[in-house]
Design a protein around this ligand. Sequence first.
Ligand code: ADP
Length: 496
Amino acid sequence: MKFPSIWHPKISQLWVGRSQGLIVRQKLAGPPDPNSLQFRLTVGIAAVSAVGLGSLSLYTSMKMHQQLIYTHKQNIQYVADRFPRDVETYSQQLPLEIGLQHAIDESNTKNLFLWVKTADGNILTKSTILAVDRQEYTALISIDNQQMAPRVNAINDKYMAICSGTLVVQGRKLGHLYVAQDITSDRLRLNSMVGSLLIATILAIALITVAIALYVRRALEPVRQISQHAGAISAADLGKARVQLDCAPSEVRELARTLDIMLYRLSESWEQQRQFVSNVSHELRTPLTIVAGYVQSTLRRGANLTEPQREALATAAGEADRTIQLLQDLLELARADSGHIHFQLEVVMLNDLLSEVVGMARQYSNRQIILSADKGSHEVVADCNRLKQVLLNLIDNAVKYSDPDKPVTVKLDRQGSQVSIAVCDTGCGIPLPDQTRIFERFYRVDETRARATGGTGLGLSIVKTLVEGMGGRVTVLSKLDKGSTFTVWLPAQSAP
Ligand code: ADP
């Protein structure tokens, strides 16, 4: 038999999601998720800020370099360019060698050191006032003759700006002119300023990244709230569910409004489906009960029926009974979903109730059912009939899914403030992955086995709904081929 197509698996999942307490929660702690919007926005904005700040620092460093170093280079280049003209001017009145020395002395300012080398590497003339110490002097004059654009050389622990070129006066090649300037103090100042700038930039980037991370996290808080609200909504409270946000940006408020409208529509359609299931179950149950009654009475009275006719009628009666049970279960669940299930809560003495239930089950199943209870009397607040229905359902399953010669045990016990009623069998057991799903509607572990036992797949859903409706819970412990134990936990009425 096919179940009604209106029972959409997603709707059923939604219901189960709530019933199993599966509420979506945003991870607040732990490592950041690289796929999250928060992570991507933070990294993106931080990267842009880093590039911006880095470029600014680079530009500032270049400017400082220009201010402190480049001017020195320009200065020595200027001295080197002007030098031949000065020599020419002096040598018009004086011998060339003396004019040369005059020109050097004239150009010699603080920190500036000039010298001229002949083609074979001998010093022709040099500044008389030494702007450098002996060691640097030796290192400087040992530089080979070559054409050199202004550049900074590290000599010992000093920084020297140096340039050189061929010295030609009045068309005569006199040798090689060198101009050097000690720029150590400016170079050290530049190094320290660039170092400070680098540290300040790194600190600023780190601070900006933290600030951005906090800001993005705060900005995305409404989205997280929507996600939490949506995760906590179940089919049961679809109608009342509203996504409420405090101080959210208008785009997110718009999204929440749209979600509210969607929830409203969903609740309407869910309500219609529930109503439809309830109506269909109700409308079909009565005629089907009549049909089943006729078939059974025909079977009872039909002495002249042939064997194949008897078999066909017996099958029809069995299927009709199963369908009536299914409709009954569906009606029950539809009532529970719409909150129309009422519990007549009263103080129930479990010892008496269990004796009654076990007695009924023994008669009905013709199986060995052992009742094991400690000496104390256990009272709970529950609906007596509903609790009987729950226990009969669990015992029925234990009987169905275990060998006929194996006993079923019902144990009554107390653990702290809870009273437990365990229904244990030594049957086929339930595989671990199925244990979390057997309370879902229409979920069956093994379709062929369930078919043979005639179940509807709704029994445990009803058990769970009823037990939770009475303020309790139901758990399962099972091992494949060893057996299962279903335990109903209810709050005890009196202190232990
Ligand atoms: P059904 O009407 O099919 O028994 P239930 O909701 O009562 O539906 O149970 C759901 C499924 O859980 C069953 O189909 C069966 O596979 C499994 N199940 C329930 N009780 C037991 C048990 N005592 N031992 C093994 N399997 C069980």
